[in-house]
Design a protein around this ligand. Sequence first.
Ligand code: PLP
Length: 407
Amino acid sequence: MSFATNTLSQRMEHAYYPIRELFPLAEEIKKTGAEIYNASIGDPVPYLGAAKYITRAYCKALKDGKAFYSRSPGDFGFLDEIATRYKRVYNLDIESSKIFVTQGLSEAVSFLTESLIDKGRGAVLFNPYYPTYAPTIKLFGGTVVLSSLNEENGWAPSKDDLEEKIRKAKSDGVDLRFILIINPNNPTGSMCSRKDLEDVVEVAKNNDLLIISDEIYDQVILVKEKMTCVGEVAKGVPHVIMNGLSKNWAGTGFRVGWVAIPEDDEASGKLREGLGNLVTMRLSASTPAQIAGIEALRNVKAHNRFLKYMVKNIRERAEFMQKRLNGIEGVSCQKVKGAFYLFPRIDLSKTKFKNDKEFCTELLRREHAWVTRGSGFGLDGHLRSTALPPVEVLDKVAQGIENLMRG
Ligand code: PLP
């Protein structure tokens, strides 16, 4: 077989990210001069701006010539600030030597999966899930085991379903490694109760599985309930906490994430060793962005001011959109508690569309309203809309959905 007919590795068939699949169509429409009502990308910066105190620190780092490699696991000062934050926000003691800085949380996902997954192994995701996870597990030859979140129960995890899926996977010969939690959740906008988290930890412990918690939205909380960090309920159980500057600090473009592996057991130690080797292979995360990160985490007053403004806007927009969507026949949307997403169910049997992919494509083509298909997150018959654009734009998106539901 020639190189041209057999260029890519077989694993590349899994390299796919559905959130960005309608970009070419959107760009075509934009070229005609038409306006697009975009609620598809979870980037707060274009809608709410960047936090000036962080961008100033970034500019200063560059002016001071700090454009060199940092230590591979992360700048000492930044790691210390991350550890201090866990103490301040959750009263958790995490040594900074147990934290790694990554280029966005996305790189942490790759590194953790690469460290843990091989052919014959697998991981449990709650369905729906943020799309990076399933393809990454498959890229490394692993099996994805899905446990359904309970939509009617505000997208809560089900302990029974989780146990059942693990039992089944094991009896199928899958060597399971970890359970992934995304809390608060993309795409559902839900937040786990402490009890739900405790249940997941118990199941992980009983099955000798690692818990990995993606908490990138842990301060974008739109309700009065308290966010529980997995570290608060998983003491003595191997777990990983991930976060980064992208969402809480509205710093998507800095490409800064981090991974904390706080426990002292053997598996956690080995995982730290593996991650330590992987971060060395890619030399360094961005140094000026980490220096900006020091200011982002240290300047609590400025952060809280920005967060208050961001959360207030997102809450208003999410509440507007939820009400608007629930007013459309054939559409139902659960309450958004955290992050900045809505994940309405659409009754496709009331439409001419076979699936949500067709629905979303036509929504963009005909109504110029841009959302993401639920099946891209593992669950057909749903749409994911962000709550980031102003209400006038969200209203246009909802109007587009309403028009399409009517035929
Ligand atoms: N995890 C979740 C749940 C997300 O929603 C996103 C981005 O939308 C990411 C991770 C990616 O984060 P980062 O920008 O730090 O790579």
